[in-house]
Design a protein around this ligand. Structure first.
Ligand code: ACM
Ligand code: ZN
Length: 752
């Protein structure tokens, strides 16, 4: 998706002469002191770096190569060969303060000399990246040529907030070419990010060549879709060495993720004897969580994994190997004689502990190879496996749990860091508000927060769409992880982002939107008899047009000028237009006016932090859910009943009660088995007024929105209405995640 909303204004034309840049760096440095004047880099400039000191010589060579590619043929000299005087760019460690750490740097640009100081190679490399961003944006164009470029005189002091600044690329659900991965390494480095978390094995594809087990890629790298088409691909070991070497030159550590015990259907399709049933399986073509996982009772599983990892550790110099560990249903283990025997033999009390045994056993093997493991936060469930680093994804509370277990943590919650989620759910501002440190973290434990990552899962993102999901949001993550909070401000960041688009354009990045082109904000008013809808546009130069009669909005529909007041249940459909042309999709929201909107509600459950539905009033806020479970309207709870009591304010007749639920079975979202409704006048004694069973004949495929609706024929009066939506219990035996706790997702109560 090419961004038409934010197409930047080209500030620089052809480079017949040099012009100095405004300084708008991303991520923002610790300090910038502006000084008058500029330094001109042309073919008379000499870059001095001590050849004997590879840590600075490499970054100096990198800069010279970059300049030479653009036609600015400056010279690289070892500083021992002469005393730099004018037109000099000097790389030096002399008098560099220790406080800059391993990645910090200083840049001092004067009219006739640039001095770059750092303690270690990463610092010199990041200084070179900053120099790039001091140049005109067009410098980044592949075909940019000039005789000279100028950079402004200034002093920069800089160092990062966190050591771990990563992007997780899922190259399994959709394959990405080697060149595309290398391009992302460049984009990471340009934004001072330093970890590529490379997700290489999945249910839907095994993407890394393992010499000892050729079927992993002969079979496991290819999936056959229902229409007979075959999709896949993999990286040879030579490809991987090439990518890792490329990354290493750019100070990006590549951490491979080899998933276990779950998300392993592709491996089991290649080698079925590694599963609990031993039955043949096909590489998965659906998205989800699947119950066939590596058998934990079978010693050949561990021998296989040790062989695989022995080849993996030779390819990746990173001291860390990510073992996944997320979303591993225990159903097969619970029904497998070998797994049961393992549980008894190892004196384990449940299957979460068996997963801990599994992960620890592999972690101990990897320790003999000098590697530490990382796992998703589920691996804490049976107790922290051997020396594991935790990657928290299900919420900040999981990061806090990791810290309680004294485990180092990489923080990447779905709330802020999942770039597969649409911008309607996680917009640029939301990402920028990410704080990787859990609330009330003890200062002694701060050092355990290594940093964070953004996750680019690709179920719904083929390679050609990845840019539009990662950018501009990765700019926010880069700054959150690099820049200290006291130096950050969203408005000011946004200003730099808008400027940075010209650099992204020059780099050929097809960035997406900052936020939804249209956002809805609703307020209940007029004593709960009306809802006022504000439509907020994603960019100033757009206009919004809308309908309330169900029609598709067109350039001729009503122009949004002021908030819309709804006095009856309605659907608002809105779209953004630029010069009469629709930009992006049509956004649709339905609102209901009923006796229950805006009334106090007491929840008898704790809504999931991930699916709050906008707050504790979500079930009576007048907003009806959409088919997307992460639309911010649905309120959800996992593994328990959904119970609440609404106070209607006064005793009154009640003619009907309904509540909407979502069903999305592959995502573990089920309808309640039963709904009980009660009424009371005093909030003490309740009388049951309805009992609704889940209908038997509902379809189970796809997404379904269903309302449990009780028409109350007898004269029923009351002030308090309580309902209990009964959780249907764990995912049934036929479900891929059999045995896992199910979700209930509710949107809105309607009382008439
Ligand atoms: C995850 O998103 N399953 C780590
Ligand atoms: Zn088993």
């Amino acid at each position: 998706m090419r961004n038409v909303l934010f197409a930047p204004i080209l500030l620089f034309g052809f480079w017949s002469c040099s012009r100095t840049q405004e300084v708008r760096l991303i991520p923002k440095p610790v300090s910038i002191e502006h000084v008058n004047g500029e330094f001109k880099i042309d073919r008379n400039a000499i870059i001095y770096a001590d050849r004997a000191d590879s840590s600075l010589y490499e970054s100096a060579s990198y800069l010279v190569t970059l300049l030479n590619q653009k036609g600015i043929g400056c010279e690289l000299k070892s500083s021992v060969e002469g005393n730099p005087s004018v037109n000099a760019i000097l790389f030096t460690r002399t008098n560099c303060p220790d406080s800059l750490g391993t990645e910090g740097y200083l840049i001092n640009v004067e009219p006739n000399r640039v001095t770059i100081k750092a303690n270690q190679s990463a610092g010199f490399f990041y200084a070179a990246q900053t120099i790039r961003q001091l140049m005109p944006p067009d410098f980044e164009k592949a075909d940019f040529k000039a005789n000279s470029v100028s950079i402004p005189c200034l002093k920069i002091v800089d160092k990062p907030r966190f050591a771990w600044r990563g992007l997780n690329l899922d190259c399994c659900r959709h394959f990405m070419t080697k060149d595309f991965v290398k391009r992302y390494i460049d984009l990471l480095a340009y934004h001072k990010m330093n970890v590529l978390h490379w997700h290489l094995t999945e249910d839907q594809g095994w993407r890394i060549e393992i010499k000892k087990y050729p079927k992993l890629t002969e079979v496991g790298a290819w999936r056959t879709n229902a229409d007979g088409t075959v999709y896949g691909g993999f990286y040879t070991q030579d490809d991987i060495r090439e990518v890792v070497a490329y990354a290493s030159k750019r100070h990006v550590m590549v951490v491979p993720e080899i998933e276990m015990p779950g998300h392993s259907v592709a491996a089991l399709a290649a080698y079925p004897h590694l599963s609990c049933t031993g039955k043949p399986l096909a590489v998965e073509t659906n998205w989800g969580v699947f119950k066939d996982i590596y058998c934990a009772g079978n010693d050949s599983t561990f021998l296989f994994l040790q062989d695989v990892l022995s080849e993996v550790v030779e390819l990746f110099p990173s001291p860390y190997i990510h073992l996944g560990g997320d979303e591993a249903p225990k159903y097969r283990w619970e029904n497998c004689p070998k797994c049961k025997a393992r549980l008894r033999k190892e004196k384990l009390s449940n299957y979460e502990e068996l997963q801990r045994y599994f992960v620890s056993r592999v972690a101990k093997f990897l320790e003999t190879k000098g590697k530490t493991i990382i796992g998703w936060d589920e691996i804490l469930e049976g107790g922290r496996p051997h020396n594991a680093i935790i990657q928290a994804w299900r919420g900040m509370d999981r990061a806090a749990e990791a810290l309680s277990a004294n485990a180092p943590v990489i923080v990447s919650p779905t709330s802020h860091c999942y770039f597969d989620y649409p911008v309607e759910v996680i917009n640029l501002e939301k990402v920028y508000s990410f704080n990787p440190i859990p609330e009330s973290t003890d200062s002694a434990k701060l050092c355990l927060v290594l940093g964070g990552e953004c996750n680019m899962w690709t179920e719904h993102a083929p390679q050609e769409t990845v840019d539009s999901k990662v950018f501009p949001r990765m700019l926010a993550i880069a700054e959150v992880l690099w820049t200290f909070p006291k130096d950050r401000n969203y408005e000011e960041f946004l200003n730099r982002v808008r400027y940075h688009y010209s650099r992204l354009n020059a780099l050929g990045v097809t960035f997406g939107f900052e936020q939804s082109a249209v956002e809805f904000k609703s307020t209940i008013c007029n004593d709960s008899k009306a809802i006022v809808i504000e439509l907020i546009k994603g960019q100033d130069n757009l206009e919004i047009r809308y309908t309330t009669n169900g029609d598709e909005p067109t350039a001729k529909s009503l122009l949004y000028r002021k908030p819309i007041t709804l006095t009856q249940t309605s659907t608002v459909r809105a779209a953004a237009f630029s010069n009469g042309v629709k930009v992006g999709e049509v956004f649709e929201r339905s609102f209901t006016i009923s006796k229950s909107i805006g009334k106090p509600i007491e929840l008898g459950f704790k809504p999931s932090e991930k699916y709050m539905g906008g707050g504790l009033q979500a079930l009576v806020d007048g907003r009806l859910g959409t088919p997307k479970y992460n639309d911010g309207i649905w309120q959800a709870v996992q593994g328990t009943d959904l119970v609440a009591t609404i106070d209607l304010g006064i005793d009154q007749p009640i003619g009907s009660f309904s509540i909407g639920f979502l069903q999305n079975i592959p995502s573990w979202i089920f309808l309640p088995a039963r709904l009980d409704v009660f009424i009371s006048s005093d909030n003490v004694t309740f009388t049951q007024i309805a009992q609704l069973e889940k209908p038997k004949n509902l379809k189970e495929e796809g997404v379904l929105l269903y309302r449990y609706n009780a028409i109350l024929v007898n004269d029923i009066r009351g002030r308090y209405i309580r309902f209990v939506a009964h959780n249907p219990g764990p995912c049934p035996s036929w479900h891929p995640a059999s045995g896992s706790p199910t979700w209930l997702f509710a949107d809105e109560v309607v009382v008439e």
